[in-house]
Design a protein around this ligand. Structure first.
Ligand SMILES: Cc1ncc(COP(=O)(O)O)c(C=O)c1O
Length: 456
């Protein structure tokens, strides 16, 4: 069958408030053309992020009622632990309220000023948590991972030669751990191959550097391994997942992605000394070790989410729907980062709007137009987000993209068809779109709260 049907039925629905183009023009003008400022009920299809936006299953909603809110030793924690251990069997498990809390605890404990952490590509919060310890976050993704047109099947891979070289130049004593982000979010949701995980492990082991996995989209990564890496087509997803983690000494996780939950995360590791210190830190910043930053019911929802996220029908539909959007918009000539990642499609706004220079934010202009035309909320990832330097100078970002992140199990194929149609129509009248400017901007993270307007 050509049609990949959603492997679920809808039991509970949430109405979408329909709006007209005129209404949306007014709403986005009132929001100073900043899509983060919009009220989400003024959005028809919200593709701002795939994080924490998953629809939970009937089993997960049922499990919420089983949640035990005891301060210590809750059975919810042990169900959560069993579900995590089944896939990622590390010796110590530390529950946190979301992924960045796990990162903050880990790096506070392991990093010292002047040290360096290599990664394929650090996600923003990972980088910020490393840097807040006075350490340096170093990205060593393969060259193909930086080329938006390369069709390499594992563009998230670590550059192994560059890692070796980095270790010998930096010195092992300055590298408390090495990370691998699967899939590589900041690089377009691109996967890392099993062979590359193994090789990264081999290099780390040789130098006695612990390898940690940023595991947010581990199931999507496993699906790509099954589809694209020779020798895995017949291996069950759970076995692929266990093998991926067998090469690591620990992981950080945001359950808001492949935990299929609306909040939550964890930190896991084998090193007892680190675990003791991390738990002490957890008690200070999050909570008691058997709940950390989570309620009992959250832990139950995650436990079920972890069972559901590795089901092949789910992963088949999940990745097929991202690729479906990518294929249909590229068919009419819309430039995107190739190949489509696991959780999002990244439109290359700089190539789509060559008449708008990077310092006039083509990504922002396109994101606003997608909202005006069809009520779709995407996210500019480009010069508006990264262009402002600490010294106040402004330089073009490496790329100007609009990310359409697809929430898990939330939208149907007809809603994705609508997204495709809106993108195609906007593409047709792209020549009339105008550049934008900031009329108000904070000095840090200006894309969240800044005000934009059109250039006359
Ligand atoms: C790769 C990666 N690491 C870490 C995080 C941080 O997780 P959280 O948003 O739960 O703090 C994210 C969130 O998007 C992510 O994509």
């Amino acid at each position: 069958m050509k049609t990949i049907i959603e492997p679920f039925r809808i039991k509970s629905v949430e109405p979408i408030r329909m709006t007209t183009r005129e209404e949306r023009e007014q709403l986005v003008r009132d929001a100073h053309y900043n899509l983060f400022t919009l009220h989400s009920d003024d959005v028809l299809i919200d593709l701002l992020t795939d994080s924490g936006t998953s629809s939970m299953s009937a089993r997960q909603w049922g499990a919420l009622m089983q949640g035990d809110e005891s301060y210590a030793g809750s059975p919810s924690f042990y169900r959560f632990k069993q579900a995590v251990d089944r896939l990622m069997p590390f010796n110590y498990l530390i529950p946190t309220h979301q992924g960045r809390a796990a990162e903050s605890i880990l790096f506070t404990v392991v990093c010292k000023p002047g040290q360096k952490i290599p990664n394929n590509t650090h996600f923003d919060t990972t980088r910020a948590n490393v840097e807040s310890q006075g350490s340096e976050a170093v990205d060593l993704v393969i060259a193909e991972g930086r080329d938006p047109e390369s069709l390499h099947p594992f563009k998230g891979n670590m550059d192994i030669a560059a890692l070796e070289d980095f270790i010998s130049r930096t010195g092992v004593d300055k590298i408390p751990l090495c990370m691998l982000t699967i899939t590589n979010n900041s690089g377009g949701g691109q996967p890392v191959s099993m062979e590359n995980i193994r090789q990264t492990h081999e290099v780390c082991q040789k130098h006695n550097i612990p390898l940690f996995i940023d595991a947010c989209r581990f199931a999507e990564n496993a699906w790509f391994i099954k589809q694209r890496e020779p020798g895995y087509a017949d291996v069950p997803i759970e076995d692929i997942v266990r093998k991926m983690f067998s090469y690591a000494e620990g992981c950080t996780m945001s359950a808001k992605k492949d935990g299929l939950a609306n909040s939550g995360g964890w930190l896991a590791m084998n090193n007892e000394d680190w675990a003791v210190e991390c738990r002490n830190r957890l008690i200070l910043t999050e909570g008691f070790p058997t709940y950390g930053g989570l309620t009992g019911r959250d832990m139950d929802a995650i436990a079920i989410g972890l069972e559901e996220v590795v089901q092949e029908d789910y992963l088949h539909y999940r990745i097929a729907s991202t690729q479906y959007v990518a294929r249909h918009i590229t068919d009419v000539g819309v430039p995107i980062v190739q190949p489509a990642g696991g959780h999002a499609v990244y439109i290359d706004a700089r190539r789509l709007l060559p008449h708008i220079p990077p310092l006039q934010y083509p990504g922002q202009s396109l994101a606003v137009e997608l909202y005006k035309h069809g009520g779709i909320r995407g996210c500019e990832i480009g010069t508006a987000m990264f262009g402002l330097q600490p010294d106040g100078q402004e330089i073009p970002a490496r790329m100007d993209l609009v990310r359409l992140a697809i929430p898990r199990r939330m939208y149907t194929q007809s809603q994705m068809d609508y997204v495709i149609e809106v993108v195609q129509e906007v593409f047709e009248y792209r020549g009339s779109m105008r550049g934008m400017k900031f009329v108000r901007q904070p000095q840090v993270l200006r894309h969240f709260t800044g005000h934009f307007d059109y250039i006359d």
